[in-house]
Design a protein around this ligand. Structure first.
Ligand code: GUN
Ligand code: ZN
Length: 370
């Protein structure tokens, strides 16, 4: 994997991540395909909208259908019919948010499956082993995503564990090395000095890219913004920087301003299924009665498949009837909207007008019609 910075505008970067399965233009948004599918979309539709990379989850694919099964079937790309780059998260977040009876020891984490209650033990080595079997292009190390709020002492202890796990992940990967890339994850809660320590430790171990984890987990925005502002510049300049699980576009603008390159989030897809749609005029809730006889498209400035062919009245009707097509059409639009936003943002950085872009969009994003 190679990372090439094309242009900088302040700390914002317009760059390329080159992988054997294709190039990723950054800042990049990765749609979430937890079970190997971006919900309601075919891979062709995701590609057609303009996405260059998707995210999938180690935790889910390990439990179902099982990483050995995926490997036997020819690897994740063949299995899901997405032949572009795939990043797999390690499970270091899903285990904490989905599984029950978690028991963390220095060795790893024991948990019960959220599907059938079966007992599992994942070590940092095992998390890499699973991702090697899946064959994703970018693997993430197993970490502990510290909840909010958490005492500083707890966060400090957790940090040691995450740093130790990162080292073990790297050692294991070195022994089984192939052309897959591995990213390290920086934790540390809302404590700047712990975050700084985490960057030093994780960078010392050395990875192909670095992620900020443990943000957008319930902490006040100002804490998240401060951590991004203070820590992103400490992450190696010449490697991709990934902000995990953050996809509110306001947050994205702030993070890109401070040098973040990659994002993933369920916001566009989950909101679409809940009838919350992003438009150039602000956010709307399609179920509102004001749209009952509205013959206009969802977003007059959007040329996605949904906006070219359907009215708000019909989208509302589909939603009220809980039709499958509602989820499909809404997801197509929201993903298209996100993709165009990132495209315009990259162009703004390339043109040296990121600050103007940010100002314009802050204005739109503050509008909320739901
Ligand atoms: N996704 C969102 N936040 C996190 C995190 O802190 N760790 C991991 N592994 N995945 C995440
Ligand atoms: Zn649209």
């Amino acid at each position: 994997m190679r990372f090439k910075i094309l242009r900088k505008d302040g700390f914002a970067r317009n760059a390329l991540i080159e992988t054997k399965r294709g190039v990723i233009h950054t800042p990049a948004f990765m749609p979430v395909g937890t079970n190997g599918t971006v919900k309601a979309m075919t891979p062709e539709e995701i590609r057609e909208i303009g996405y260059e990379i998707i995210l999938s989850n180690t935790y889910h694919l390990y439990l179902r259908p099982g990483h050995e099964t995926v490997k036997k079937l020819g690897g994740i790309h063949k299995f899901i019919n997405w032949h572009g780059p795939i990043l797999t998260d390690s499970g270091g977040f899903q285990i904490y948010s989905l599984a029950s009876l978690r028991k963390i020891t220095s060795q790893g984490v024991e948990f019960r499956s959220h599907i059938d209650g079966s007992l599992h033990f994942i070590t940092p080595e095992k998390a890499i082993e699973i991702q090697l079997a899946l064959g994703s292009d970018i693997m993430m190390v197993l970490d502990e995503c510290v909840p909010y709020p958490a005492e500083k002492e707890y966060v400090e202890k957790s940090l040691k564990l995450t740093a130790d796990w990162a080292k073990r992940s790297k050692d294991y990967f070195e022994k089984h090395r192939n052309d897959q890339a591995v990213f390290g994850i920086i934790q540390g809660g809302i404590y700047d000095e712990l975050r700084q320590k985490a960057v030093e430790e994780i960078v010392k171990t050395g990875f192909d890219g670095y992620a900020l984890g443990g943000l957008s987990v319930g902490e006040p925005k100002e804490d998240m913004y401060r951590v991004i502002k203070n820590i992103a510049p400490l992450m190696p300049e010449e490697k991709p920087r990934y902000l995990m699980g953050v996809g509110d576009l306001m947050d994205v603008l702030h993070a890109v301003e401070h040098g973040i390159d990659m994002f993933d989030c369920v916001i566009p897809t989950r909101n679409a299924r809940n009838g919350t749609l992003f438009t150039s005029q602000g956010r709307i809730s399609i179920k509102r009665s004001e749209f009952k006889e509205d013959n206009s498209p969802l977003d007059p400035d959007c040329d996605c498949y949904t906006c070219r062919n359907y009215t708000k009245a019909f989208l509302r009707h589909l939603y009220m009837c809980r039709e499958i097509l509602s989820m499909r059409l809404n997801t197509i639009h929201n993903l298209y909207f996100y993709c165009r936003f990132f495209e315009k943002m990259r162009q703004a950085i390339a043109d040296g007008r990121f600050q103007d872009f940010k100002k314009e969009w802050m204005h739109v994003l503050e509008k909320n019609f739901s």
